[in-house]
Design a protein around this ligand. Structure first.
Ligand SMILES: *[C@@H]1O[C@H](CO)[C@@H](O)[C@H](O)[C@H]1NC(C)=O
Ligand SMILES: *[C@@H]1O[C@H](CO)[C@@H](O)[C@H](O)[C@H]1NC(C)=O
Length: 395
C-alpha cells in the first residue's frame, strides 16, 4: 500500500511536470504543489530550464518532504548531493584510470590530468561543504554569509571549468568530460537557487574602503600595513640564498609551514633570485611571504603552454591557500613572448592579498583564478591577456 502511494505520487509529479513544461505560468497560478512551484520559480531565470527542472525533480527521490521545503533547504540538499556525486565520480574515474594508464603511451600526461582533476574536485567539495555550513548558520543570514556562499559557489563552477579547459585531449578527457558536464549543471542550478534567495545588494562597490575590502579582517590589515622591517623581524622563518636563514629555498620554507593554520605564518625571503616553481597547497592557510622589495626578492620560472603545460600548470608560483599574502617581492615568468600562456603568479585561494609586488611575464602573466582577491600598489607587465581569470579581484 505504501509503495503504491509513493508510486502514484511520483506519477503525478511527472504528469504535472510535462504540463509545467508546456505552460509554466498557468501551473504557477494554480499552485498545486509547493515543490513544483519552487522548482519552476528557481529555474525561471536559468537558461536551460529543462535540465534545471530535471535535476531538481531528481531530488524528489532523495527527500520525501520536499513540497514543504524552503529554497535554502533545497540548496543545501543540492549541494550535499553534488558532494556525493563528486565522490562517486572520483571513485569511478580512478578505477578507469588504472586501465587507462596501461593503454596510454603518454603516462606523464595522464598523471598530470589526474592531479588536476583531483585537485579541482577537492577544492569544489571544500567550497560546497563550507557553503552548507554557512547556510546552516542561522535563521537569518547576514550579508557577509551571502557574500561567502556566492564566492564559493562561483569558485565551484570555476574549478570544474578549469578542469575541462586544462585536461589534454585524449581518453582521459573523454572519460571525465560527461562527469564534469553533469557537475557543471548542478553547480549552475545551485547558483540559480542561491540567486533566488539572495538579497539584492549594491553594497559590493561600497565595501572597498580605502584600506582594503570588507572581507579583510582587522588582524590581517594590521599585518598588511605593519612597517615591513617590523614584519621581517617577527617572521616565523627566514629564507636566504647565502645560508643566513633557516632555509635556502622558498619551497622548503613553505613545506615547513603548519597546516590549517589559524594564525598568520610569516616567511621572510631575503634578497635574491629564486629559480623555483613554487606551489602553496590549500592546506597552507594564512601564509605571508614578504621579500626585500619588488626589485630584490625575485621568484622566477619559465614554464609555458608551448612546452606542453596547461595554463593552470605554467605558474611560477601558485597559491591555493586561503588568506595568502604576498608583500614586497617579484613573481616572474621568463618563457618569452612566443611561448603562449606562461603564468608568473596564479592565485586560487580565497581572501588573498598581493601588496607592493611586481608581476612580470608575457601572455597570461597574472592569473587571479577564483574567489576574492585584493591587489594594491603592484606593477604588472605582460603582452597578451596579461591579467586573466575568474576571481572577484579588486585592483
Ligand atoms: C585564518 O586565520 C583566521 C583567524 O585569523 C581564521 O579565522 C581562519 O579560519 C584561518 N583560516 C584557516 C583556513 O584556517
Ligand atoms: C628554464 O628554466 C630551467 C630551470 O631553471 C633552465 O634549466 C632552462 O635552461 C630554462 N630554459 C630556458 C629556455 O631558458
Amino acid at each position: 500500500m505504501l509503495v503504491h502511494t509513493k508510486l502514484s505520487a511520483v506519477f503525478i509529479v511527472m504528469i504535472m511536470f510535462s504540463q509545467a513544461h508546456s505552460d509554466l505560468v498557468r501551473l504557477e497560478d494554480d499552485n498545486i504543489n509547493g515543490f513544483i512551484t519552487t522548482v519552476i520559480g528557481v529555474c525561471k531565470g536559468y537558461d536551460d530550464k529543462q535540465s534545471c527542472q530535471n535535476l531538481l525533480l531528481e531530488l524528489k527521490r532523495v527527500s520525501s518532504s520536499l513540497s514543504e521545503m524552503r529554497c535554502r533547504d533545497l540548496l543545501i540538499i543540492v549541494l550535499k548531493n553534488s558532494v556525493w556525486r563528486i565522490d562517486m565520480a572520483m571513485i569511478s574515474v580512478m578505477e578507469d584510470t588504472k586501465l587507462l594508464e596501461k593503454m596510454e603511451n603518454d603516462m606523464l600526461g595522464v598523471k598530470e590530468d589526474t592531479n588536476l582533476f583531483e585537485e579541482m574536485m577537492e577544492s569544489a567539495k571544500d567550497r560546497m561543504i563550507r557553503s552548507v555550513e554557512e547556510l546552516l548558520g542561522g535563521e537569518s543570514l547576514n550579508l557577509g554569509s551571502y557574500e561567502n556562499v556566492h564566492t564559493w559557489l562561483s569558485g565551484v563552477l570555476t574549478s570544474y571549468i578549469t578542469c575541462i579547459d586544462g585536461i589534454g585531449e585524449g581518453a582521459y578527457k573523454r572519460r571525465v568530460e560527461p562527469e564534469l558536464e553533469d557537475l557543471i549543471s548542478r553547480a549552475k542550478v545551485a547558483l540559480a537557487i542561491f540567486i533566488s534567495i539572495s538579497p539584492r545588494d549594491d553594497t559590493e562597490l561600497k565595501s572597498v574602503v580605502s584600506n582594503g575590502p570588507s572581507w579583510l579582517s582587522n588582524v590581517d590589515k594590521e599585518y598588511l600595513y605593519l612597517n615591513p622591517e617590523v614584519l621581517k623581524k617577527i617572521a616565523d622563518v627566514v629564507v636566504a640564498k647565502d645560508g643566513s636563514g633557516k632555509y635556502n629555498t622558498v619551497n622548503a620554507a613553505i613545506a615547513a609551514a603548519p597546516k590549517y593554520n589559524r594564525k598568520r605564518f610569516v616567511i621572510y625571503i631575503k634578497t635574491g633570485v629564486y629559480d623555483e616553481i613554487v606551489r602553496i597547497e590549500s592546506t597552507k592557510a594564512n601564509l605571508t611571504l614578504i621579500g626585500d622589495g619588488q626589485d630584490s626578492t625575485i621568484i622566477t620560472g619559465n614554464l609555458s603552454c608551448n612546452d606542453g603545460k596547461s595554463t593552470f600548470h605554467t605558474a611560477t608560483i601558485a597559491s591555493n591557500g586561503n588568506g595568502f599574502m604576498g608583500i614586497d617581492m617579484c613573481f616572474r615568468n621568463t618563457a618569452g613572448p612566443t611561448k603562449g600562456p606562461a603564468v608568473a603568479l596564479r592565485v586560487s585561494g580565497d581572501m588573498s592579498v598581493i601588496y607592493r609586488c611586481r608581476i612580470e611575464g608575457y601572455q597570461d602573466a597574472l592569473y587571479p583564478h577564483r574567489d576574492r582577491q585584493f591587489y594594491r600598489e603592484c606593477f604588472i607587465t605582460g603582452t597578451v591577456d596579461f591579467i586573466c581569470g575568474n576571481a572577484a579581484a579588486v585592483f
